[in-house]
Design a protein around this ligand. Structure first.
Ligand SMILES: [Zn+2]
Ligand SMILES: [Zn+2]
Length: 130
């Protein structure tokens, strides 16, 4: 099961839920997950191609933060490990097109709010999903 993580701000009304981690279908990458959870045909094809030559794959719903505008979002993360190199999906921000940076929920506490920019974010696990 994955966690539903609620992120809120103690200075403004910002609050958002994120489905993170792995549900029942997660673990190894599958054609279904890639085509249903990853947006953009080019990214799907890239990952499906890598899966054929990789030796080991993993995937999860991952929390990201944009280094440009501070937006927080959850995106599908896939990784394919080969003998020499590891391929990882990279996502761009829908608002400002910068590459998003992965973030663990524990790093949220006290970080800056995407809305009011105060360092007043907190998180709690509010449920689970499968
Ligand atoms: Zn705020
Ligand atoms: Zn951005």
């Amino acid at each position: 099961m994955g966690d539903i993580v609620t992120v809120g701000c103690s200075c403004c009304t910002y609050q958002k839920d994120f489905q993170l981690g792995t549900g029942i279908l997660y673990g190894e990458l599958s054609h279904y997950l890639v085509t249903s959870r990853l947006s953009g045909k080019a990214m799907q094809d890239e990952l499906l191609g890598r899966m054929e030559s990789g030796e080991y794959t993993l995937c999860r719903e991952q929390l990201y933060r944009c280094p440009g505008c501070g937006t927080l979002c959850a995106r599908f993360y896939g990784e394919v490990r080969g003998r020499r190199r590891t391929y990882q999906t990279r996502h761009r921000c829908h608002r400002c097109n910068r590459y998003l940076e992965m973030l663990e929920p524990a790093a949220i506490n006290g970080s800056s709010c995407p809305r009011c920019e105060e360092g007043a974010l907190y998180y709690r696990i509010s449920g689970s999903w499968d």
